[in-house]
Design a protein around this ligand. Structure first.
Ligand code: SAH
Ligand code: SF4
Length: 387
């Protein structure tokens, strides 16, 4: 099995000197291929995989299963390249937001949410295993919110990331590497701890499809996070959804619906002009669901724009017409500088949820996490301490 796509492993070091190759992000055949010149036996590659993806080593010196001479030989032409957390912001609610340095020094944002974000509510079996995984840690489960691009091209009017425009795609190693860096910092082990991943950070995963799906395979493979504990959110990129529908290793799917109809949606998500809600629904219908799996519709409530009861009634109709099992995750809009919307009142959020529920649509309100450190949904925009 290959990790798919062409890996981008060439980097310039800090001095802009000769390119070195980064190994983090490669596994199985790709790793063997990259190191072919060393004539390594298969078990040596496996030892390196364990070091990279379980131990999460930062340097070859830590690959203690390898003899010293081998480590030194390989280190002359390669770097481990585990992404590095360069800044941490801690919220009063325990959420942590990190700036993680990519291969060119650009930073991406990743968020750690102990005890999840509430978005998993209503997912089948989400509580199982909590008790025994608690151990001595202050959390019994956690969700990591992962970025797929630096910036985003989709231009949703309510989202802070949109303000950046698209800066660049992340590589598979940079996407999976965010998870590795955070697990290492937290001392979390997917085999033992209940770790959920949401691809809901900066960027549109389905506009960086190859790297996103290669990262999923790496995470589900040697990094041992079951894909059923991963959720990818898309603004509704139809060709991406159709490709995703064909994948064998596939996270759960969330669609950023955010509006009751195309007219309202066009006003806040211009991408609707390219793919209508009906086209998105049709594409989602192609994806085979696992037992008890439901597709999530995310719905950001924007005060006065899409939070009225008649909007809720339209959402009910949309969900019924969808003809696949679904639930709605309501997110009260998180404010950001220069983004011209208002937060809905707590009563409007509760009324909207109730209106969906009384008509049989499972609806959950996502708890905002880390608002004080700009870690909440749609607030990710390279906000460092100096900004
Ligand atoms: N680009 C993907 C995934 C990242 S955005 C997507 O749009 O689906 C993750 C979620 O945050 C989306 O559902 C999006 O609608 C929501 N979101 C964006 N800005 C927000 C804000 N300011 N407040 C609350 N949710 C927001
Ligand atoms: Fe991009 Fe998602 Fe923000 Fe829209 S909501 S601009 S798709 S990150």
């Amino acid at each position: 099995m290959t990790t798919g796509g062409k890996p981008r492993t060439t980097i310039l070091d800090a001095r802009g000197a000769a390119p070195e190759r980064v190994l983090f992000g490669l596994w199985n055949e790709e790793l063997g291929e990259a190191l072919r010149g060393f004539g390594l036996l298969r078990y040596r590659i496996r030892q390196l995989e364990t070091a990279l993806y379980r131990q999460k080593v930062a340097e070859f010196a830590e690959v203690t299963t390898w003899p010293k001479e081998l480590r030194e030989k390989v280190a002359a032409g390669f770097r481990v390249g585990l992404p590095e957390i360069v800044e941490t912001f801690r919220s009063v609610d325990g959420t942590e937001r990190y700036l993680i340095a990519g291969r060119d020094g650009q930073t991406v944002e990743t968020v750690w949410m102990p005890e999840g974000d509430g978005g998993e509510e209503g997912d089948s079996g989400s509580e199982e295993g909590d008790a025994e995984s608690a151990g001595s840690k202050p959390w019994s489960r956690a969700t990591i919110c992962v970025s797929s691009q630096i910036g985003c091209a989709v231009n949703c009017q309510f989202c802070l990331t949109a303000k950046l425009g698209i800066i660049r795609n992340l590589s598979a190693g940079e996407i999976a590497g965010q998870v590795a860096a955070v697990l290492k910092r937290q001392g979390a082990e997917p085999g033992r701890d209940r770790i959920n991943l949401v691809f809901m950070g900066m960027g549109e995963p389905f506009l960086n499809y190859e790297a996103f799906i290669a990262a999923v395979r790496l995470l589900a493979g040697p990094m041992e996070i079951p894909e059923s504990r991963m959720t990818v959110s898309t603004s509704g990129i139809v060709p991406g959804i159709l490709r995703f529908a064909q994948e064998k290793v596939r996270p759960k799917l969330a669609i950023s619906l955010n509006a009751p109809n195309d007219v309202v949606r066009e006003g806040i998500m211009p991408i609707t002009r390219k793919w209508s809600i009906a086209e998105v629904m049709e594409a989602v219908r192609q994806a085979p669901l696992r037992q008890k799996e439901r597709v999530t519709f995310e719905y950001v409530l924007l005060g006065g724009v899409n939070d009225k009861l008649e909007h809720a009634d339209e959402v009910v109709k949309l969900v019924r017409r969808a003809q696949f099992p679904a639930k709605v995750n309501l997110i009260a809009w998180n404010p950001g500088p220069g983004v011209p919307f208002t937060m809905p009142s707590a009563e409007d959020v509760a009324r909207f949820q109730e209106r969906l529920r009384e008509q049989g649509v499972p609806a959950f309100v996502r708890r905002p996490r880390g608002r004080d450190i700009y870690a909440a949904c749609g607030q990710l925009k390279k906000t460092g301490s100096s900004q």
